[in-house]
Design a protein around this ligand. Structure first.
Ligand code: UDP
Length: 338
């Protein structure tokens, strides 16, 4: 098959590209504007197996159209997006343009070029700030109510995909709503973890990335945003999923759409860890210590976000391999050390 990965030089996109290059014979094209994606990552991927790289911004509608017309892709896996929540509040139009408008054009070009499968990276941010978390976590039927332009830009894209598939019987989509993605390539050399790719996004704001920067000494200290939430120890609780398990779901999605209808799946382990638990695990799993301060809550942070992942487990037979917070922390740490 011919597969286009947009945003393939980025964090999650590159882990999906890695698995496709390593475990399948599909012909891969990566599209990226390299605004945050990394050329070093592309070089590493090239050493696994060759692929075509197209440096292009999705806002160049005509060029995107020509690329799709010329190539006749069977599948598009669409990651390219702006992803910083606070920035989306300050600059909403950037998010609606980069995420919603560019995705709409990509879908239009895809249907024009008779692409049959479209796999889309969405987010648990589409659920907003859940008032009450069901006992087994948030399932796909939980009401969506994004509280920031980032979440809304993704939810609007979801709707556009659904409407398009409704009108075009030859077009199928699979939407993944990611919970907290973390960690780096599980690759071992002489039995030791040695990630080849990882999260290179500059000025990262994510907890495990920041804790790993502290663990390797790139940062002197970190803050816990709020210890007065109604949770086990007062700090925010999240569902952390290893990026390679998430990538695996995308690979499965390609075959799934051969036989099954378009659908939406949550992607998480269905287990929550508090900020304090994550920080302690980073320290103990890596044998490091660093300074941690309690700060006030960060605006817009819900207390608890945990997925109910029974749908993806039963319908897609997705079985996570790295459901281990210590391993997630160690892989992030080993990547940060490189
Ligand atoms: N967090 C924190 N300190 C940091 C970064 C994050 O205490 O330096 C907390 C944040 O308030 C939330 C959890 O860690 O409760 C996960 O945040 P992250 O930014 O990783 O992901 P989000 O859930 O916001 O998408």
């Amino acid at each position: 098959m011919k597969i286009l990965i947009t945003g393939g030089a980025g964090y999650i996109g590159s882990h999906v590209a890695k698995q496709l290059l390593e475990t399948t014979g599909h012909q891969i094209t990566i599209l990226d504007n390299l605004s945050t994606g990394s050329t070093a990552t592309l070089d590493t991927l090239k050493r696994i197996r060759d692929f075509t790289f197209v440096r292009l911004d999705l806002k160049e509608f005509d060029k995107v159209n020509i690329l799709l017309q010329d190539n006749k892709f069977d599948v598009i896996i669409h990651f390219a997006a702006s992803i910083v929540v606070p920035e989306s509040v300050e600059n909403p139009l950037k998010y609606y343009m980069n995420n919603t408008v560019n995705t709409t054009n990509l879908i239009r070009c895809a249907t024009d070029a008779k692409v049959e499968k479209f796999i889309f990276s969405s987010t648990a941010a589409t659920y907003g700030e859940p008032t009450e978390i069901p006992k087994n976590g948030i399932d796909e039927n939980y009401p969506t109510n994004p509280i920031n332009p980032y979440g809304m830009s993704k939810l609007m894209s979801e709707r556009i995909l659904q409407d398009t598939a409704q009108a075009d019987p030859n077009f199928k989509y699979l939407i993944f709503r990611y919970f907290n993605v973390a960690g780096a390539d599980i690759n071992r050399v002489d039995g030791k973890l040695s990630p080849r790719i990882g999260q290179s996004f500059p000025n990262a704001t994510h907890l495990i990335k920041i804790a790993s920067e502290c663990a390797v000494g790139k940062r002197e200290k970190m803050a816990i945003f709020g210890d007065d939430y109604p949770t086990v120890d007062g700090t925010g609780v999240r569902d952390y999923i290893h990026v390679d398990d998430l990538a695996d779901a995308h690979i499965k999605a390609i075959g799934y759409l051969d036989t099954d209808p378009s659908d939406i799946f949550n992607c998480g382990y269905g287990k929550g860890f508090s900020v304090k638990e994550v920080v302690e695990t980073m320290k103990s799993a890596t044998g490091t210590d660093f300074k941690v301060e309690i700060a006030k809550r960060r605006a817009g942070d819900p207390a608890i976000l945990i997925s109910d992942n029974s749908k993806i487990r039963t319908k897609m037979n997705w079985v996570p391999k790295y459901d281990d917070l210590g391993l997630i922390c160690r892989s992030a740490y080993e990547w940060e050390r490189k």
